[in-house]
Design a protein around this ligand. Structure first.
Ligand code: NAI
Length: 319
């Protein structure tokens, strides 16, 4: 039989745990020995209002089943207060699941600053504030597991969701960088792009489909990534939902190199456009940034080119 993952003695903070995916995570961790902080502002799917019921009900469900949980009703913008709830009640934090979210779908033509700003606040700043408050604890104890919640809308674009897409892809970059800063301290940070039936998707998907996409189907991936047996999966992006789990990565075309002894003109580039843009040709999986430094080194061998030192461009850096 497969191993039954447990989290005894650990504290897990789940933001937006009053419903949908967050509730599924909270109930799971509560059933596997963890102390759970059930954060939820308790407002509407559009980010209006607030209330204590949603968080309270999930806490009750966990406790009734014999688990340990406390509620927190703060906006994720108050990340400090959310993490403090974990420290005050359980003395530590081991796992942070940045999950809270809202939607303000509207065509770009009709987008108001308020729709844009609120989405950025809840998804991006909220995740930042919670992660920043948890980080010193993770570093000090040399242990931490963090999940960010992106979306297919962010990875691929989605009609009527420019605000949400921008916020969700921001979380990918945020989490990939956190992974790099955290790895030395055994802080592993991954991004998921889930799909699940919840109040956020209830308006856009038929009932039969929603039932096939139970939030519980997303739990195993989060459970594995946040377990201490995960020692090296970090900085990754996963699509997950309906029982399917897959890791995704960027891809690079063959690319075109316009040597410096050629005319680096738009016309010259256009001649090589297939190399730049056609994925059906030989291509590389881009696990990291393109080797611009290496390309520059090659180019230096040609006459009349500046030396790498002069350009202060020695390392393999993302530009
Ligand atoms: P949901 O609406 O059931 O859950 C989100 C929870 O976050 C709600 O309980 C809400 O009260 C809470 N929340 C909202 N703003 C908050 C704030 N400022 N502070 C604290 N709590 C707040 O929706 P669902 O579907 O479970 O969404 C969870 C996450 O997954 C979100 O980040 C969402 O964008 C993301 N997601 C969901 C997909 C889906 O198919 N359900 C698809 C892609 C991403």
């Amino acid at each position: 039989a497969p191993e039954k993952l447990r989290y005894d003695g650990q504290t897990v903070v789940v933001t937006g745990a009053g419903g949908g995916l967050g509730k599924a995570y909270a109930v799971f961790f509560g059933s596997r020995g963890a102390n759970v902080v059930v954060n939820d502002l308790g407002g509407s799917a559009k980010g209006e209002g607030s209330g204590k019921n949603m968080a309270d009900e999930v806490v009750k469900q966990i406790r009734d089943a014999g688990g340990k949980a406390v509620a927190n009703y703060d906006d994720v913008m108050n990340g400090e207060a959310i993490i403090k709830t974990a420290i005050d009640n359980f003395g530590r934090i081991d796992v942070l699941i940045n999950n809270a979210g809202i939607l303000r779908d509207i065509s770009f033509k009709n987008m108001k600053d308020q729709d844009w700003d609120l989405i950025m606040k809840v998804h991006v700043q909220g995740a930042y504030r919670c992660a920043r408050a948890a980080w010193p604890h993770f570093r000090k104890q040399k242990y931490g597991r963090l999940i960010s919640t992106a979306s297919a809308a962010g990875l691929y674009g989605s009609f009527g969701q420019t605000n949400y897409s921008a916020a969700k892809l921001a979380l990918v970059g945020f989490t990939e960088s956190l992974a790099k800063e955290g790895v030395k301290y055994n802080i592993l940070c991954n991004t998921i792009a889930p799909i699940a039936g919840s109040r956020l998707t209830a308006t856009v998907m038929p009932q039969e489909v929603l039932e096939l996409l139970r939030p519980e189907f997303v739990v195993p991936l989060v459970a594995v990534l946040c377990h201490s047996s995960n020692e090296d999966e970090t900085g990754s992006i996963f699509e997950v939902g309906g029982g399917y789990v897959a890791k995704i990565r960027w891809e690079r075309t063959q690319g075109a190199l316009l040597r410096a002894d050629e005319s680096f003109t738009p016309g010259a580039l256009l001649q090589k456009w297939k190399d730049v843009a056609d994925f059906s040709r030989e291509n590389q999986h881009a696990s990291g940034p393109a080797d611009f430094a290496g390309l520059l080194e090659d180019a230096q061998k040609l006459p009349n080119n500046p030396k790498a030192e002069e350009l202060d461009f020695k390392g393999k850096v993302a530009v």
